[in-house]
Design a protein around this ligand. Sequence first.
Ligand code: ADE
Length: 323
Amino acid sequence: KQEEKIRPQCLTEYIGQKDLKDVLDIAIRAAKSRQEPLDHLLLYGPPGLGKTTMSLILAQEMGVKCKIASAPALERPRDIMGLLISLQPGDVLFIDEIHRLAKVAEELLYPAMEDFRVDIPLGKGKSAKMQSMSLPPFTLVGATTRVGALTSPLRDRFGLIQRLRFYEIDELTEIVLRTAALLKMNITQSGGEEIARRARGTPRIANRLLKRVRDFAEVKAFREIDRDIAAEALQLFNVDPCGLDWTDRRLLSFMIERHNGGPVGLETLAASTGEDAQTIEEVYEPYLMQIGYLSRTPRGRVATAAAWKHLGYTPPDTHQMTL
Ligand code: ADE
């Protein structure tokens, strides 16, 4: 309930991602004036940057409903079939983690996306006849953290392919202050900025940290959250001044202490830290690369000199470092 309240409801309330908003604003106006649904849209980028939120806003702006599904839950053909036939004209169908769609489900989507049609096999086996059923025109919004993992026939059926990028500190500060106001919290500008700085460029993390700081302030009976209180609270929750959490630091220290900074293969990193390889790749690495603490090389992952210093190690002579 509260999550729904703090999501921005329209494009003008959505902070950041200016390029994306500009592109979608044009697409919305054009589709509206032609009285057509929006083109199918593929949103990609790290988790927590607002892909679902943007899909809900698109539906809102177009005056239609948004159905939300996650690809791993669409195992059987009839799961996706059920979704498709429930759509009203112009509706938005949001499919999260679309790179994980089962092959049968994906193949049902091709004619649905291209011709607003589903082909239903009558009987079994190769000789089965197909019955076609027409669908109302709709907009598919696919979200993925790995655009490269989509098959090209699926990728090619999206008219718009857009990347979401990490947010700047000032954008995240604005988001934190907006959420704080909605939650009726008392927080200073620099308090908001301190949370923003530790949010790894990600609004979902910023809002999560804000709630932890609110807990801290309430329990300690602070009437206003300023920078020091925010910093103290987040220190308690093991979020360091750069926003690195326990797992980030463990990944980097493993590379530094056991492999002299790397290169270390992803599988080795996963096995020895107990983290899932895909989670490392899609959740942890993008931000570590963004802030220049980690780089990917053909021979594996490397912790940069900046990462050594941040964790309090002396980096080896840079001439010897494999970068
Ligand atoms: N809350 C989460 N993400 C947001 C965004 N991009 N703009 C405004 N509020 C948000």
